[in-house]
Design a protein around this ligand. Structure first.
Ligand code: 6GU
Length: 223
């Protein structure tokens, strides 16, 4: 697949995608990722891309011109255009799975108070938010989306099962706690059952822990 990110902060969008598992997926050719400077499509001599909101209000709004030009330059027949915005639909694991099956994602990053709505009306297939809080910079949210999508591409994770068995593969349950060596750390013990070798018992324990952890941390998932 290919991912193009259009942002005022290309280096912010790419930094988290340039290490470890994601860089390995890029090196292996599973995904091509590029981040583009929105100002490169400005026609203004000062490279301006924003202006004050029509009708008044706080902050600045990204103008349509540079964004339309960017999309026209980067679009392919199979492109899905995503706008990162706190006003978007929640980005969930199922969204990541759907995006991972696309040929080309073109991710537009909002900034300041927002983006001229004609961009949403005419260009954007889907407005996406990564959660109920406000970031200063949509490029951070774009990197989150890219990470979640790229790790799902076949071959991105070493073990084929590791993206299937985790939290949110079952969206109604959190994963059970994990432990490793030493089995006694400063008197803090690994639960006996995990050392028993009894796999039926272990499965039962993980199931109980999973339900208890979900009840405690994410009761909304059980409701
Ligand atoms: Cl996509 N952008 C910004 N600026 N803040 C957010 C967000 C996006 N999703 C959650 N908060």
């Amino acid at each position: 697949m290919r991912i193009d990110i259009v942002t005022l902060f290309p280096e912010v969008a790419l930094a988290p995608l340039s290490d470890s598992i994601i860089q390995r997926a890029r090196d292996a050719g599973l995904v091509e990722v590029a981040a583009h400077q929105l100002r490169d499509w400005s026609e203004d001599k000062h490279r301006r891309v924003d202006d004050t909101p029509c009708g008044g209000g706080q902050g600045m709004v990204l103008q349509p011109g540079p964004i339309f030009a960017a999309v026209e330059a980067l679009r392919r027949p199979d492109t899905r255009v995503i706008l990162m915005t706190p006003q978007g639909r929640p980005f969930l694991q199922e969204t990541a799975r759907r995006f991972a099956s696309e040929g080309h994602l073109l991710i537009l990053c909002g900034h300041y108070e927002g983006v001229d709505h004609r961009v949403v009306e005419a260009l954007v297939d889907e407005e996406v938010s990564i959660g109920d809080y406000v970031l200063t910079n949509g490029a951070i949210a774009a990197a989150v989306v890219c990470d979640a999508v790229i790790r799902l591409l076949p071959g991105a994770l070493g073990d084929a099962r590791s993206s299937e068995e985790e939290s949110f593969s079952d969206p109604t349950r959190l994963e059970a706690p994990a432990y490793t060596r030493p089995v006694d750390f400063r008197g803090l013990k690994v639960p006996e059952v995990l050392l028993s070798g009894n796999h039926a018992k272990i499965r039962e324990w993980k199931e109980e822990q999973s339900i208890e952890r979900t009840r405690s941390n994410r009761p909304d998932l059980l409701a």
